[in-house]
Design a protein around this ligand. Sequence first.
Ligand SMILES: Cc1ncc(COP(=O)(O)O)c(C=O)c1O
Length: 353
Amino acid sequence: MSLALRLARPEIAALAPYAHAHWDPALERLHANENPWRYVGDQSLAGLNRYPEPQPRAVEARLAALYGVAPERLIAGRGSDEGIDLLSRAFLTPYRDAALVCPPTFGMYALATRLQGAALVEVPLARARGYALDEAALHAALTPAVKLVYVCTPNNPTGNAIEAAAIERLAARLAEQALLVVDEAYAEFSAAPSLAPLIDRLPNLVVLRTLSKAYALAGARVGAVIADTPVVELLRRVIPPYSMPTPTSEAVLAALEPAPLARARARIAELCAERARLAAALATLPLVRHVWPSEANFLLVECSDAAAALARARRAGFLLRDFSAQPLTAGALRITVGTPEQNDRLLEGLATP
Ligand SMILES: Cc1ncc(COP(=O)(O)O)c(C=O)c1O
């Protein structure tokens, strides 16, 4: 029996996948109770009157090529949020299992765990060491109930990349007990390579990727879970059929054509340069106490008066994310790197009493 089946909720391991209407684009569809006509103005290639492909193989093949993994190791969903939801539903038995998270971090891990009725174990990152993993505390917190461990690198909202060797040690420590889910939502903005190739050696490693950040497709809702094939096969039992809407699949295939892809990569480089400029300029402002180093498309900025900084930003027309009330990010705001022109206006707004 595979590790995936051993770790899965027993009822999911026993579940037969939903038998959706047969998919054969060569034949005319009089089997799925669709409307035979398009709505007036339907610009899609496939026609929105038709259900999409139940699991979009062309999109998955394209994403697998983008991330350099075999297609059978990838399942696409509506953002990495859906990946987190699928993992929770497949692996966390309510009122019995637990997921472990390392705050301050992305909130969906905790939310999906609680929605599933599972327990949450929190092992804070070590702020004094630049929000590094606290390996000793992590290992001490691992109980047999822990089935999923989430590590976000670069981490949201702190921006730092987590040391790859520490992640490897953790995966090895968890080997037969739990999946280690490494969320690489911001990996394109970091020099650190993806950990996905390690799945060859560490079959309990799961990597989350998204097109929402570096590829400017947050509105399309596309992400991927990359994992050992038995884990992917298990998640295919849980994902709803027709999960990916036709306009989304078509947008992905268009956005990942060579020309837009080259443009996206140039934009990533531009954003990283702008991040450095913004960080240096923020650090000179009287309201700013510390700008944490970032390998993502945002900066965590500690302020002497976070409320005043928020108010000044709002007056200049900007929303920032307020983390100032949380103990591990006291006084801090998270600022997404904008266009050079937006960053200039924000800096001016923050500097003006
Ligand atoms: C670390 C992290 N993971 C996942 C997501 C969600 O991404 P998606 O748009 O792919 O659902 C976010 C969004 O902010 C994030 O910060």
